[in-house]
Design a protein around this ligand. Structure first.
Ligand SMILES: [Zn+2]
Length: 427
């Protein structure tokens, strides 16, 4: 009960601040940055910077490896990485996701082994997270609603929010979809949450007449939602597909009524590290002003974000045109002049889907500097797609790439689907 009260207070605070500082977000962030600095005094890593009154711009830029290397010193709750890993791994093995250490919830982010992030949150931080999800994703209603949540791992976070009005049901994505059909039909969820590849499977079941549900809201999470997958899903479900952009580093962005993502500028400071001369793509460098047990200060994400300058909703929160993928999804080839050439996944995606309007399902893996593996769901179009990709690469001065056919989609049940991916070692 106490946690629910905390959520309610966090929600009121979030809404009041957003309303009060509507046109002065800078002031709100300044105020929150000041109060965060007081918490940073408990972080051996940041303490000196605070005492020296260092401006935020001069704080070191972090990335995953720097962050994990200084894990013990960065956090303000005195937890060591080895202890946190032990707790999180045990929870993962036993599939019991309610582990805490000194009252702090510990979680492991998905990722390749050795490259997994640790997520830590105090109860107050979890309350903030839930409040933000209620405010910006699920919405508040006095009607009874049920949420069908397709997840890799259950989390005590969601169960703790369940109430008379809002019921969460979990569907384990490690199980095949056929095993969920009956439960999904019986539940008739008002809200459906899943990653795009799972939403597409559900959409296929709807088209085959196996599933008959009519959720009022659909939320895509965890994977890149490409424009064509979004259109396909919107056609089947007959509504806007909403998104949540979140990672170990925080709840970053949620969609407005137009289905466009906006960063949570009321508690995040977003710096943009542009990746191209046209300033179209950038890596976000984020500072989360509400995370205190595990401070996220100037943390550079390797996601590739496309700039969006305006949104019909007129929100003052930074809009995102699309998330293109991660920097390790960028393909790298050697040109005819022996120069290294980067090709962003969006170029590959466009060439493929523009080959024929019925092509929606495909995957591309770069195996080496000169070999890519291509899977096209509608295999009769493979040769055409291959020709189109080859002529695109030639237009970029790359003649030497061999495109091999893959007969299966590069995707394992329960894993994230990445349509374009670079697996070559040299990247
Ligand atoms: Zn908008």
């Amino acid at each position: 009960m106490y946690f629910k009260l905390q959520i309610l207070l966090a929600l009121i605070k979030l809404r009041l601040a957003k309303w009060w500082y509507k046109n002065k977000l800078d002031k709100l962030r300044e105020k929150r940055w000041k109060s965060l600095q007081k918490q940073l005094l408990h972080s051996p890593f940041y303490q000196k910077l605070v005492l020296n009154k260092t401006p935020l711009d001069d704080y070191p830029i972090m990335d995953k490896s720097a962050f994990m290397a200084s894990f013990d010193k960065i956090n303000t709750v005195g937890i060591k990485l080895s202890e946190a890993l032990k707790v999180a791994e045990k929870a993962e093995q036993q599939r019991d996701f309610s582990p805490t250490l000194n009252g702090i919830t510990i979680g492991l982010s998905s990722g390749t082994s050795g490259n997994r992030g640790i997520f830590m949150a105090s109860q107050a931080e979890r309350a903030n997270w839930v409040a933000c999800i209620l405010d910006r994703v699920i919405g508040i209603s006095f009607k009874k609603r049920s949420v069908a949540f397709f997840l890799r791992a259950n989390s005590n976070l969601y169960s703790s929010v369940s109430s008379r009005l809002l019921k969460f049901s979990f569907f384990d994505i490690l199980q095949p979809m056929d095993q969920h059909i009956e439960a999904l039909n019986a539940l008739q969820p008002s809200i459906l949450v899943a990653q795009p590849s799972v939403l597409l499977e559900i959409a296929a079941c709807i088209e085959e007449g196996k599933v008959s549900i009519s959720p009022a809201k659909i939320i895509s999470v965890a994977e890149v939602l490409t424009p064509e997958d979004a259109r396909n899903l919107e056609g089947v479900f007959n509504q806007t597909i909403h998104q949540v952009y979140q990672c170990t580093e925080g709840l970053l962005a949620t969609t407005c009524e137009h289905g466009k993502l906006h960063f949570n500028d009321d508690f995040l400071i977003i710096e943009k590290k542009y990746l191209d001369e046209e300033k179209k793509r950038y890596h976000p460098i984020i500072t989360d002003l509400l995370r205190t047990s595990q401070p996220i200060i100037r943390y550079e994400l390797n996601d590739i974000i496309h700039e969006k300058n305006d949104c019909p909703c007129r929100s003052t929160f930074t809009a995102i045109e699309m998330i293109e993928g991660r920097s390790d999804d960028v393909l790298v080839f050697r040109s005819n002049e022996n120069k290294s050439v980067k090709i962003y996944p969006d170029f590959i995606r466009r060439e493929i889907i523009l080959t024929h309007p019925s092509i929606q399902d495909y995957t591309v893996i770069q195996k080496s500097e000169s070999i890519i593996e291509l899977y096209v769901g509608k295999s009769q179009f493979f040769d055409k797609v291959k020709q189109r990709l080859q002529s695109f690469l030639r237009s970029q001065g790359i003649d030497t790439v061999e495109i091999r056919q893959s007969l299966s989609r590069n995707h394992r049940q329960g894993k994230k689907l990445r349509r374009v991916q670079n697996e070559s070692q040299k990247n």
